[in-house]
Each structure stands twice: as structure tokens, then as C-alpha cells.
Design a protein around this ligand. Structure first.
Ligand code: AMP
Length: 429
């Protein structure tokens, strides 16, 4: 199947071709014709499957007929996080570049002035997070009566974040006659209830997890013998050296640890910055931009802040903690190995992670291969003098031949970025 078979117009096809896509992904092939026919769609798919284009492309087509009125958006896309909303807005702009469509982005932490002006002039699509949307609705800034198309994206994440009452309200205040496109990676009972209540005879399009993650991401587990935060941070730095990281997203389970670990890495002259939900939106946006530009090498993140981020060139995902939910493990490791590139995901575990780890391995239906570092327990005593270039006998992944790994470490010279440079600093604990 090609994009030409889906019923999209030449302007959209041109934008698709310029994006470099040659054929539709399964969710696109399944959903686009249904959306164009005006049907409600229930898409069971996670990020990485191309689902964003599966709803934005046909929306552009549908919206190209008709005109927007003041304060009455013609369509809305609801996203759980600000970053995802911004990412979808970027996608929308890319695909709609040959159409004259107007868009507003309504997310917390961003000044409302500009967006309000756009809303006043009339927008074809409003991309929003639920809280901010309802806030502006309650103030009378948005009228819902013109919404003919509503997209709810990442519904299961909305459920996790406690947004379901907001979503239910959004369904109730938008016209009954709207077309609804609803996406979720999983279908827990609460989501099923919402779908049964608010969608009209939806076409169900289900795709499996993007295979690329399993194929292109090598996964490893580094088990530490004790839950000692200092030893954990030290092990983390050793992993970073051993891996010759290009860059990495480093996940922590708690926001507090995101800050602590980012601070600790910086202290060790590693280029790292934190990103989590308690930081101001302007800071989150700038941090993300610096990471995308390669100015920051390590993005230390909470699950919420990094959910669904599509940064094509991330060499490593490091899990400072085993995530509490097995689902999050899949989302986390999916931040690397994107767009067919190879990626590595290394998870650090301590005895308290026993249960969470068992759940992940049960989901994967196999144990995560072990990753070994030598001398974890005696890092402070023995490693500092040992880690002189040339002489060092470096710890290695079990499947690597030892000779190769020596190069991996000793070639890490100062490169001016603060990362990978000043080798001995990694061992100052
Ligand atoms: P998503 O699941 O929407 O987050 O998309 C994941 C990635 O796949 C994004 O980087 C898209 O730009 C890319 N993508 C979407 N559709 C296609 C396609 N048909 N061919 C190749 N890449 C695609």
C-alpha cells in the first residue's frame, strides 16, 4: 500500500513525501481511510507507530473545507503533556504546510495572549492539554459548538495522570455530532467505559508495538547489591564511561531524584540537565531544545516529562530506577533505537526493585541480559588508582570481547562539552 491509495489530496501527499515517508505505517493504513469516511476511530497504538500522522493527515484533509469562526475551534487534539502537545503541533505544521489552516496551542506555562488572539480570529485546530483547555472554556474564551472533530491521544496516560474526569467533561461539552478519534496504547476497563459511552460505532484499528524497539534496542540490566544512592550514582557514571555515550535520556522514578542525579552529574562535569513536571514550562522547553541540539548530552527525566518524546537520535536510555509500571519500561526504552537506528537501554536495579523487575521480565517474557561492571562494591577504594588510561582493565558487557572494551573507555578524552572529558572526575565520589 502507498500513501496514494489512502484518498489524501496532492498537497498533503507532497508534504508527506517531503517528510521522507515512502509508505504508510499500519496504523496510518488502517485509520486514515476510516477518518476520511467520517467514522469514529478507536486506535490502539502507542507512540512510535506513526499514530500522530494517522490522525493529523486526514484531519488536514477534512478541515481544508470550511472556515473557522471566532472562539469556535473546528477541531481539537487533546494531549496529556505539554511536550506532546507541542510535538503534535510541530507535526501538524509540517503536514499542513501547503494548506491554509490556522492552529492554536493551549498548554500550561505558555503565555495565553498570542494564542488568545488566534482563537479570537478563529482556528481550524486547537491542540491542548485538558486542564488548560477547560480553564479557558470556563472563562468563556472558547466555544465548543463548532467542534466537528475531536482527538483524544494517549488516553491511558491521561487515565494514569488523573485526567479522565476532564476528558469526560470535554466529551460532554462538545457537540454530540462530532467525529471522535481516540488513541490509547492499552484498554483498561475505565478507558473501555469511556469509549463505549462517547464514541459512535468506532472503527477499531489495533497495531502491535512497533517492532523496531525490540529489534533495534539492546537491553541490559545492572544489578547492584544494595540500595545505596551514592554507589548507584557512581555505578551510573561508570556505565556512562563504559558505554561511550553519545547522549542519553536518564529516567528516575521520582522528581526529587531527577534533580539530585542531574546535580550530581553536573558536579562530575557531565553535561546533564533535569526535566520534570514541577519545572516551569519555559525551562522545560529550553532544556529539551538544548538536548535536541546536542548541547546537553544527558537529559535526566521523569516519566511524565519524557512521555512520547520523539527525538530521533538518542544513543542510550538509562534507567536510574526500575520503573514502577512495566508499561513505563517499554515507553522509556522506546526513546532510543528510533527511526531504525540502534540504541541501548541499561537499567540499574537494587534489591528493592525486585517486584517491579519481575513484572517487566514477565511482560517481556524473558529476563533482561545482565550488564556487568567490575568492582562496584569497592569503587571508592580500588577504582580510582586503577582507572588510568592504557593500564585499565575495564569492566565489560558479558558478550563483548574484553580487548574491545579497553578502547571504549580510554578513547574518552576531554571534548569541551563537559561530557566524556576529564576522565578522572567520573571517579571522584
Ligand atoms: P508517532 O508514533 O506519531 O510518534 O511517530 C513516530 C515517528 O515515525 C515520527 O518520527 C514520525 O515522523 C515517523 N513517521 C510517521 N509516519 C511515518 C511513515 N509513514 N514512514 C516513516 N516514518 C514515519
Amino acid at each position: 500500500m502507498t500513501f496514494d491509495d489512502l484518498g489524501l489530496d496532492p498537497k498533503t501527499l507532497k508534504a508527506i513525501a517531503e517528510s521522507g515517508y515512502t509508505e504508510p505505517t499500519p496504523i496510518q493504513a488502517g485509520a486514515i481511510p476510516k477518518v476520511l469516511q467520517g467514522q469514529d476511530v478507536l486506535g490502539i497504538a502507542q507512540t512510535g507507530t506513526g499514530k500522530t500522522a494517522s490522525f493529523t493527515l486526514p484531519m488536514i484533509e477534512i478541515l481544508s473545507q470550511g472556515r473557522a469562526k471566532a472562539r469556535m475551534p473546528r477541531s481539537m487534539i487533546i494531549e496529556p503533556t505539554r511536550e506532546l502537545a507541542a510535538q503534535v503541533a510541530e507535526n501538524f505544521e509540517k503536514y499542513a504546510k501547503y494548506h491554509k489552516l490556522s492552529m492554536a496551542l493551549l498548554i500550561g506555562g505558555v503565555s495565553f495572549g498570542d494564542q488568545d488572539k488566534k482563537l479570537m480570529q478563529g482556528v481550524d485546530v486547537l491542540i491542548a492539554t485538558p486542564g488548560r483547555l477547560l480553564d479557558q472554556f470556563d472563562r468563556g474564551k472558547i466555544l465548543m459548538s463548532g467542534v466537528q472533530l475531536l482527538v483524544i491521544d494517549e488516553a491511558d496516560r491521561m487515565l494514569d495522570m488523573g485526567f479522565m474526569p476532564d476528558i469526560e467533561k470535554i466529551f460532554k461539552i462538545t457537540p454530540f455530532t462530532r467525529q471522535t478519534l481516540f488513541f490509547s496504547a492499552t484498554m483498561p476497563p475505565e478507558i473501555k467505559r469511556i469509549v463505549d459511552t462517547f464514541l459512535h460505532n468506532p472503527a477499531k484499528v489495533e497495531v502491535s508495538r512497533p517492532e523496531s524497539t525490540a529489534k533495534t534496542v539492546s537491553q541490559f540490566l545492572l544489578s547492584l547489591p544494595a540500595n545505596d544512592a551514592k554507589a548507584k550514582r557512581s555505578a551510573l557514571r561508570q556505565v556512562m564511561i563504559q558505554e561511550k555515550l553519545k547522549n542519553a535520556i536518564l529516567f528516575c522514578n521520582r522528581k526529587r531524584d531527577v534533580d539530585i542525579v542531574a546535580k550530581s552529574l553536573k558536579k562530575h562535569k557531565i553535561s546533564a540537565e533535569p526535566i520534570h513536571g514541577d519545572l516551569a514550562q519555559s525551562i522545560r522547553t529550553e532544556t529539551l531544545a538544548r538536548f535536541k541540539d546536542g548541547k546537553t548530552k544527558i537529559l535526566v527525566a521523569s516519566d511524565v516529562a519524557a512521555r512520547g518524546l520523539d527525538i530521533p537520535d538518542v544513543s542510550h536510555v538509562l534507567n536510574y530506577d526500575v520503573p514502577f509500571h512495566a508499561e513505563d519500561y517499554v515507553h522509556r526504552i522506546g526513546r532510543t533505537g528510533r527511526a531504525g537506528r540502534k540504541g541501548t537501554a541499561i537499567t540499574i536495579s537494587t534489591p528493592i526493585d525486585h517486584k517491579a523487575l519481575a513484572a517487566i521480565e514477565a511482560m517481556l517474557k524473558k529476563p533482561i541480559p545482565k550488564y556487568s561492571l567490575q568492582g562496584i562494591s569497592d569503587t571508592k577504594k580500588s577504582q580510582k588508582p586503577k582507572h588510568t588510561p592504557n593500564k585499565t582493565k575495564h569492566p565489560s558487557r558479558p558478550h563483548h570481547k574484553s580487548g574491545k572494551n579497553q578502547d571504549r573507555v580510554t578513547s574518552e578524552k576531554s571534548n569541551g562539552t563537559g561530557f566524556g572529558g576529564d576522565m578522572p572526575d567520573f571517579f571522584k565520589t
